[in-house]
Write a protein that binds this ligand. Structure first.
Ligand SMILES: C[S@@+](CC[C@H](N)C(=O)[O-])C[C@H]1O[C@@H](n2cnc3c(N)ncnc32)[C@H](O)[C@@H]1O
Length: 268
């Protein structure tokens, strides 16, 4: 592994929660609630949606058969259903990969509601790549900060995309929970090092795969609820400490609304 991949892995590994804290956590601090990931009927108009739509249109024109789009770490499919909207759509088939079965149930319901042919693969990327197959467009939104070993993850995204299409990654410039670092120090005396960044991903792509992605940095609307009970769970604290958390949140800068879109072409 090169310098950027090592830096990413070290920064990500340092985001782990120590056993002494995890032991007393009343609920799993990592698992996402699938109900928060139902895709909007009318998606946000973002650079990621534009990039995915343009790649799907190009692939559909090339094949004359409509584009097949894979969504890795799909959640409810926000990324892929945004690319498929509005009709007439170049997207003919969608496939969602996620390790959470409840997310795939939301994805499947959304595909049925939109009358889009679909498949789901429950598993962890890149291990699930073989079952997921190759597609015209590969999307991966807000997943990279769950990954420690980045090169095989990015390599599998690239290999899954046909050359007429490409890959669209969306992420925050730093770890989505980095804004809670001051509260880890306050409630657990845990002092976290700097977060892995989107710039690190660009460096890993260049050093490990020889890929120079197109990079777009933009502002998005806030998505997840950040009330005190939600934050208390992330901090491994019981719900009855939500009042203390609410007070502490007053001293914390809210999570950034800056987002980054990375786009590159698939492999021949
Ligand atoms: C923050 S959510 C983002 C969901 C969706 N892409 C979106 O933008 O709304 C991250 C999702 O990625 C899934 N996930 C994380 N790491 C994964 C991996 N290595 N393989 C497959 N799914 C993964 C999680 O289960 C979760 O559903």
């Amino acid at each position: 592994m090169g310098g950027a991949a090592d830096r990413w892995a070290q920064r990500q590994a340092a985001r782990g929660i120590p056993e002494r804290i995890l032991r007393d956590a009343p609920a799993d601090p990592w698992t996402h609630d699938a109900a928060d990931f139902t895709p909007a009927d009318v998606p946000a108009d973002t650079p990621s949606r534009h990039a995915a739509r343009a790649l799907a249109e190009r692939a559909a024109a090339w094949s004359c058969a409509g584009a097949s789009v894979l969504d890795v770490g799909c959640g409810g499919g926000d990324a892929v259903f945004a690319a498929a909207w509005p009709d007439p759509s170049p997207v003919a088939r969608v496939v969602g990969v996620d390790r959470q079965a409840d997310m795939l149930a939301v994805f499947a319901a959304a595909a049925r509601a939109r009358d889009l042919p679909y498949a789901t693969v429950q598993g962890s990327w890149p291990q699930a790549a073989g079952e997921a197959g190759r597609h015209d467009v590969v999307l991966c939104h807000h997943v990279l900060h769950n990954v420690v070993d980045l090169p095989p993850f990015l390599d599998a995204l690239t290999a899954a995309a046909r050359p007429a299409g490409g890959v669209v990654v969306e992420m925050l410039p730093e770890h989505p929970l980095a804004w809670l670092d001051p509260l880890w120090a306050r409630f657990h005396d845990l002092h976290r090092p700097a977060s892995a960044t989107a710039d690190d991903v660009v460096a890993v792509l260049g050093e490990e795969l020889g890929i120079v992605p197109e990079v777009r940095t933009w502002e998005r609307a806030r998505r997840l609820p950040h009330d005190a009970a939600w934050v208390a769970r992330r901090l491994c604290l019981p719900e009855d400490r939500a009042g203390e958390v609410a007070a502490a949140l007053g001293d914390v800068t809210a999570r950034t609304t800056t987002a980054v879109t990375l786009v590159w072409t698939g492999r021949t």
